[in-house]
Design a protein around this ligand. Sequence first.
Ligand SMILES: [Zn+2]
Length: 195
Amino acid sequence: MNTLENLITLLSRLPGIGKKSAARMAYSLLKGEEEYNRLLGESIAELKNKIHKCKECGNYTEDELCSICTSSDRESTLLCVVEESPDIMMIESTGDYRGLYFVLHGVLSPLDGIGPSELGLDRLMKRVDDLGVTELILATNPTLEGDSTALYIKHLLEGKDIRISRIASGLPVGGDMEYADKMSISRALKGRMEY
Ligand SMILES: [Zn+2]
């Protein structure tokens, strides 16, 4: 396989990129500036070295703790559980949420070997206790796996004096939170109901 074919194959492994788009990208890189290609290559190569998960919430950060966890004007008794880091960006973009987060980096999927410990649910429970959380928002995606993960977490919290809400409603059914628009997330946050 030559260099160009190799690049096309690699690019087409990215989410949402088919063989055609990958080829278009590769040819565009070939025609474009060498400096841009160098910068792009470097930032991809550095990504895994520089970025890691925040020790508290799991959000991606270059520091030990992310900027949300270290911020002094967040409500530490309000916690929102999301599937992936980009979900935080979506919720933050609404400006309607002032609490903290916990990123699962996935959903329960027994067939794929993803259970409670892979999602760090023990760390979630510890975080809930350490922060003295009084309200927890389950913002996993409105999919079968997202729903069962939310339900599982709800059961784990049974017996604790915590108001639990689920904000899947209002988001497009079957659609990932990442692709939901700002308005629907904002509406879901404001209209959240006891779960
Ligand atoms: Zn954090």
